[in-house]
Write a protein that binds this ligand. Sequence first.
Ligand SMILES: C[S@@+](CC[C@H](N)C(=O)[O-])C[C@H]1O[C@@H](n2cnc3c(N)ncnc32)[C@H](O)[C@@H]1O
Length: 220
Amino acid sequence: MTDRIRTICAHLPKVQSLADIGCDHGYMAQFALKNGLCEKVYISDISAGSLSKAEELLKEHVRAGRCVPVLADGMKGLPRDVGCVLIAGLGGEEIVRILEEGYIPEKFVLQPMKNSEKVRAYLVEKGCAITADYTFGKGYFYDLIAGEREGGADYTEWEIAFGRDNLLTRPAAFCGKVNKEKKKLRGYLARPDLQQKSRDEVLARLFTLEVITNALEDTE
Ligand SMILES: C[S@@+](CC[C@H](N)C(=O)[O-])C[C@H]1O[C@@H](n2cnc3c(N)ncnc32)[C@H](O)[C@@H]1O
């Protein structure tokens, strides 16, 4: 298991049934079953090739009826009463689409690869409680967003943009992610062929990131 997968698994709650959407290898479903985090797991993937990897890994559990493979787009083919839905390694817009076309489960663990702010905005708009919302990793950075369907609280625009726990606890990974993006943006600015409109957008984003960096330093 990679560190990324280990971190995601650490957020899986104990539930009757779990669904791993976009399960691919199936390691997270395997972790949940092995560690008694669920009685039953649905492993779902849009790709037959990916799903068959997970099916192979979990074949004994499939035979025992504790693991149900579903070849489908998103949450299609899932029962409505799954206790926790895990969606990791997909883009934020795709995660929102999957939830929108499916349903918001009682608990969720999400790990968007990009556009995390769109996931937060959607969850907040739907009244969900976000209980963990932070960046992790080293070199490559990932966002983890976990929570529950009920009990939402207000989120500020900054929290939606960057993640509440990042702003409260300033984990090293978040600072690393911001610095990595600033470096990338400065690289764009150095390109002589950059169009004025793109230059303005890059400068605006860079300004926002500088404000965040300064705010984090001021609270040291
Ligand atoms: C990058 S892998 C992530 C695998 C695993 N969830 C993880 O985080 O390590 C993305 C997986 O999601 C699947 N996938 C992409 N879009 C999907 C969708 N709309 N519904 C279900 N699975 C999807 C892909 O086929 C692939 O197996």
